[in-house]
Write a protein that binds this ligand. Structure first.
Ligand code: TRP
Length: 364
């Protein structure tokens, strides 16, 4: 049997990534993931998908699911992903993933899954338990989940989320997985499951995929509320689909401070966040100008925000227009995903065949 070739027939490395279908994409998704997807499409064999099965772990809403998938597809295409260069597909269109997820789960421990940060976080939310205070018993959550007598439930899909994500990646033998910083732990688990599978079956079948950041480090996009990252559940997002008025309003309302009182005063977190956003969207000259103005205390936050809104709009408005166009073109979207599913299934079916054989599943 052929082992992991670590590249396509034409020698290009394989890239795989996806985003959950739980709502519109914001600047955090864009700079953390989607803009990397676009930059990689010319040099690698890229496969990008919409994670609708993963969305079910937290958003089981039959009315919304399909619309959410469509939103992400339109946003992928509007941001510049070319369906001729990439394989663009919907996770549930590739049933091989679900079968391999079942098989892979036989080699995954419930303890390691329960210790995953994203699981603890989501389990706490599902049970309505607050974040533990600094130094508080972290293991309490595991006891609370097992002992939970309320009618709240932490679904098993949430627990096995990392298995499904590992399968998304391993079924394509991906070399690179461009994702934001928050996904690093899942990627670490993917490598661990790959090594474990290899060593259990005494094979070299799976390689170990890594994140990809163009030589820099993973980006963390801050929110507009003064602290932390931009995130859907934090309610501090700028969406690619935001219209001009909404976007300007959000930026103008961003949290600031009282302004520098002495030259070269240390920069507080809310202001640092605005500079970080500016670093992503504005020219180096613009950033320099406002940093200097901060240093000599002449800065006016209103001007800074106006400029920031202007520069964000330069990126998002053209994308927004294309999203609206593509979203109206059902025929185009379905053509893209049909073509994508076919290609993705070809690769997935081969891996699944191999995995079944390695595990000893045979036909009579
Ligand atoms: N967990 C990812 C997120 O929340 C989405 C995802 C699912 C993914 N499967 C993946 C990302 C495989 C990269 C590769 O953003």
């Amino acid at each position: 049997m052929e082992t992991n070739t670590k590249a396509t027939d034409d020698g290009r490395k394989i890239v795989l990534s996806g985003i959950r279908a739980t709502g519109n994409l914001h600047l955090g998704n864009y700079y953390g993931a989607l803009s990397k997807f676009v930059r990689m499409q010319d040099d690698y064999d890229c496969r990008y998908f919409v994670a609708d099965l993963h969305a079910l772990t937290t958003h089981p809403d039959p009315k919304m699911l399909h619309e959410n998938v469509k939103d992400i597809l339109a946003e992928y295409l509007a941001a510049g992903l070319d369906p001729e260069k990439n394989t663009i597909y919907v996770q549930s269109d590739v049933p091989e993933i679900s079968e391999m997820y079942l098989l892979m789960n036989m080699h995954v421990g419930i303890g390691e899954l329960m210790r995953t940060a994203s699981f603890k976080d989501k389990a706490r939310k599902a049970l309505g338990i607050g974040t533990p205070a600094e130094g508080e018993d972290e293991e309490g959550i595991e006891r609370q989940i097992i002992g939970n007598q309320t009618n709240q439930r932490v679904n098993a899909g949430l627990l096995t989320y990392p298995t499904l994500m590992a399968v998304d990646i391993l079924i394509h033998h991906a070399d690179f997985v461009p994702v934001g910083k928050d996904q690093e732990q899942h990627l670490e688990l993917t490598r661990r499951f790959a090594r474990r599978f290899n060593s259990f079956y005494k094979t070299q079948y799976f390689g170990e995929p890594v994140n990809f950041n163009f030589g820099g480090s993973a980006v963390k996009v801050p929110g507009l509320d003064g602290s932390g990252k931009m995130g859907k559940s934090e309610g501090n997002c700028i969406y690619l689909i935001d219209d001009e008025k909404t976007l300007r309003k959000k930026v103008m309302r961003a949290v600031t401070d009282e302004g520098p009182k002495v030259p070269n005063q240390e920069v507080s977190e809310p202001i640092r966040n605005l500079f970080t956003l500016m670093e992503l969207v504005s020219t180096p000259d613009t950033l320099e100008h406002f940093k200097n103005a901060y240093a000599d205390c002449s800065i006016r936050y209103g001007d800074l925000k106006k400029q920031l809104a202007e520069d964000i709009l330069k990126t998002t408005l053209p994308i927004r227009e294309r999203i609206l166009d593509i979203r109206n073109n059902d025929e185009y979207i379905s053509k893209v995903v049909r073509q994508g599913a076919e290609k993705a299934r070809e690769a997935a079916a081969k891996t699944l065949r191999d995995v079944r054989e390695i595990m000893g599943i045979k036909k009579f």
